[in-house]
Write a protein that binds this ligand. Structure first.
Ligand SMILES: [Zn+2]
Length: 179
């Protein structure tokens, strides 16, 4: 019983964050603001989970399905960038975090006949296991150079029992997670 509970805790914590966001901003992953991505970080025991939602306008360049091969290629390249976080998502080296799993959803931008009404996000999530979680003091996010239309990333975090929020920008791309 206990090990099952233990493994489910990060998911529970993420769900709590999602509930908080929904209460503050309506249903979904929070406000859809062009130029601003939302990230949630949860460290629970040795498991570090980072989720990200970015407006299509800020990372893909449009918020509809790709209309020609060039746009499809663009979507594939952006998805590939989010599938390889070692280039841009960097937990404290001292924590020894290794990426175990990732999911990237750019389905709203794939070519197809079904139109997507309104705005669209790219969503991604990453799960790391950290050898020395107590030494996780920061998370660096280097997305701004690759995606100049992205101006801000709002990071909400739960690290052990501490909860906080920081806004990252090209000048401050590092979230400080512990005092
Ligand atoms: Zn939009």
């Amino acid at each position: 019983m206990f090990p099952v509970l233990h493994r489910s805790l990060p998911v529970a914590a993420l769900a709590l964050l999602a509930v908080g966001l929904a209460q503050a901003h309506g249903p979904g992953h929070g406000p859809h603001v062009h130029g601003q991505a939302q990230a949630q970080l949860v460290l629970e025991s040795r498991t570090l989970t980072v989720t990200l939602q970015a407006p299509g306008a800020s990372v893909v360049g449009f918020e509809r399905r790709a209309r020609d091969p060039a746009e499809s290629r663009q979507v594939e390249q952006v998805a590939a960038h989010f599938e390889a976080p070692s280039a841009w998502l960097t937990p404290s080296a001292a924590a020894g975090c290794r990426l175990q799993d990732r999911t990237v959803d750019a389905g709203a931008f794939a070519s197809g006949s079904h139109a997507t009404p309104g705005h669209a996000d790219l969503a991604a999530s990453y799960r790391f296991v950290c050898a020395r979680p107590a030494r996780l003091t920061e998370l660096r996010l280097d997305l701004f150079q690759r995606f100049p239309a992205l101006e801000r990333v709002r990071v909400e975090y739960i690290v052990d029992d501490m909860q906080g929020e920081q806004v990252l920008s090209p000048r401050t791309p590092v979230a400080r997670l512990r005092p």
